[in-house]
Design a binder for this molecule. Structure first.
Ligand code: NAD
Ligand code: GLY
Length: 359
């Protein structure tokens, strides 16, 4: 098992990563000090892994809320159902919410934990690669609103993240690939050596080779933890974690959030960020080609949907990262050197959007 800490003064917490951690009862026992536990999961994940959690915590009072599977259930209405269960079972401020699932469950359960009685303890057991390398770390919790994704939420850190890499064995390959896009993102943001390691080990990751997975998840969490430790509330540097995301949000919004998984859209977004950086003269053609090749080898799509440059630009302009009417973008000064800027030639952005999304 490898452990790292998200350093946030009195809200610091450990992330434990390893194969088979759910079978080690002492780990969950230590992570979850409360007597009253609300276990939040969904109809896909609970039949696979809730049993392991319940036997590890057999001496506690566990109430389960098993939600329907899907992003459409990450809503205030579903959160309301979870609050109802907490109230009906007379859970107090000493209760703990345990999220067992991917990013949808983690974001929603974290939001509930942040709000219930103004905040109760929260533990994340992430079960998708995307949740293990991204959404379980850093304390962004939210539900969606019909007007947009993640519009209602809070920064609320868990007290621990317990990441068992063995659960990825049941994850559909497409979901694993979507998670790999976020892993590649970390290398592109600030760690060329990690990007190169991924170039050498991407096949092993797709085969679920345990040591390779353990290292990729550890290094991804370490990079995110360091950035969050310096900028928890995204006043500056944390926005680097959105590399590729402004383009990805345009793809997801224009295609109705059903056709593309978030990580798949991020993969194409990474390529657009690289392509625009090349047009602006800060990235070489061969570096863009390396990004494209790695994404393809990860099993990810690299062709953007033909939504049209104008529509893409419109969706990008309603992204959360707009400042004084100008979309700020995360771009590259080299592989492993991302920066946030509103200073770019509009013509270069327009040409990149036309090239990838069509006229
Ligand atoms: P998800 O939670 O929908 O999980 C994907 C699918 O995999 C679901 O069908 C789920 O039931 C299934 N699944 C989960 N674990 C499984 C397992 N071990 N075996 C078999 N099936 C399994 O999607 P996701 O990609 O994990 O998360 C996406 C969500 O995360 C989005 O709502 C996004 O907004 C959010 N997100 C949040 C942050 C953050 O910082 N909080 C960061 C990135 C994404
Ligand atoms: N997923 C981006 C962030 O946590 O800031």
């Amino acid at each position: 098992m490898q452990t790292l800490t998200v350093e946030l003064e009195d809200r610091s917490y450990p992330i434990n990563i390893g194969a088979g951690l759910l079978q080690q009862h002492s780990l969950l026992q230590a992570a979850v000090p409360a007597r009253d536990i609300l276990l939040v999961s969904n109809t896909t994940v609970a039949p696979l892994y809730a049993g392991a959690v319940k036997s590890a915590l057999a001496d506690r009072r566990i109430v389960e809320v098993i939600l329907p599977d899907g992003e459409q259930h990450k809503s205030l209405a579903t959160a309301g159902r979870v609050f109802d269960v907490l109230v009906a079972n007379r859970f107090g401020r000493d209760a703990l919410v345990l999220a067992l699932g991917g990013g949808v469950i983690g974001d929603l359960a974290g939001f509930v934990a942040a709000c219930y009685q103004r905040g109760v303890d929260f533990v994340q057991v992430p079960t998708t690669l995307l949740a293990q390398v991204d959404s379980s770390v850093g304390g962004k919790t939210a539900v969606n609103h019909p007007g947009g994704k993640n519009l209602i939420g809070a920064f609320y850190q868990p007290r621990e993240v317990l990441t068992d890499t063995e659960v990825l064995g049941t994850l559909p390959p497409r979901e694993l690939q979507a998670g790999l896009a976020e892993v590649i993102k970390y290398g592109m943001i600030c760690d060329l050596a990690f990007f190169e390691w991924l170039e050498r080990n991407i096949d092993a990751l797709r085969r679920l080779d345990a040591p390779s997975l353990g290292y990729a998840i550890f290094r991804s969490c370490q990079i995110k933890a360091q950035i969050v430790g310096r900028d928890e509330r995204e006043q500056g540097e944390r926005a680097l974690l959105n590399l590729g995301h402004t383009f990805a949000h345009a793809i997801e919004a224009a295609t109705g959030y059903v056709e593309w998984l978030h990580g798949e859209a991020v993969g194409v977004g990474l390529l657009l960020a690289a392509g625009l950086s090349q047009r602006l003269g800060t990235l070489r053609t061969d570096e863009v080609a390396r990004v494209e090749s790695l994404l393809k080898r990860a099993g990810l799509r690299t062709e953007a949907p033909q939504i049209g440059a104008a529509r893409a630009a419109e969706f990008m302009s309603i992204d959360k990262k707009v400042k004084s009417g100008r979309v700020r973008l995360v771009l590259l000064k080299g592989l492993g050197q991302a920066h946030i800027t509103g200073e770019y030639a509009d013509a270069a952005l327009h040409d990149t959007l036309r090239e990838r999304f069509g006229a």
